[in-house]
Design a protein around this ligand. Structure first.
Ligand code: GDP
Length: 156
């Protein structure tokens, strides 16, 4: 099949090429009306949105997404919180995206995050820290596949 003239459609592996990361705007930030300001900040930071949706995780899906934390004492609370309302999921593109975005959003704990970072501005506590960012290229690839079909990802 020929590529459409609107956008190239690639496989998750082709599209998550080391310059892309997965972010979530967490339920509390969505509920507080901060989707717009957070997306604005992401774009001002030079991250290009190549996939995005408003969605909601079930408790079981949140458990799968955060399976790496299943032994941690906060796991159940975190999964309950992450499934309590809508979230925004997006794939972002920038050079060295995983590391650049983690630097950009600030420390996990908003109290320790730079005041002007997304977590510093919009996070309220360690758990409700406004946004998620993938922690490795491999996890970015897995997390992108968790939320997006290949046809929902738009490369230039
Ligand atoms: P991140 O990569 O900066 O998001 O941090 P982690 O991978 O360590 O943790 C994943 C998410 O779990 C964080 O973003 C927080 O929402 C939550 N979290 C991390 N540590 C704690 C904790 O000690 N207590 C609670 N309640 N939540 C935590």
């Amino acid at each position: 099949m020929k590529n459409s003239s609107f956008a190239k459609v690639n496989t998750i592996n082709q599209v998550m090429n080391g310059n892309r990361t997965l972010t979530l705007i967490k339920p509390k930030a969505v509920k507080e009306g901060n989707i717009g300001p957070i997306l604005n900040k992401i774009q001002e930071g030079g991250f290009r949105i190549i996939a995005m949706k408003l969605t909601r995780l079930s408790f079981i899906e949140a458990q799968k997404f955060y399976a790496v934390h299943k032994e941690r004492p906060f796991y159940e609370n975190l999964c309950r919180f992450m499934s309590e309302g809508p979230i925004v999921a997006a794939i972002l593109e920038k050079d060295n995206a995983v590391e650049a975005y983690r630097d950009f959003i600030g420390s996990t704990n908003p109290e320790e995050a730079d005041e002007e970072s997304i977590r510093g501005l919009y996070g309220t506590d360690l758990q409700q820290n406004a946004v998620h960012g993938s922690d490795s290229d491999d996890n970015a690839r897995i997390e992108a596949g968790f939320f997006f079909a290949e046809r929902e990802i738009f490369t230039a």
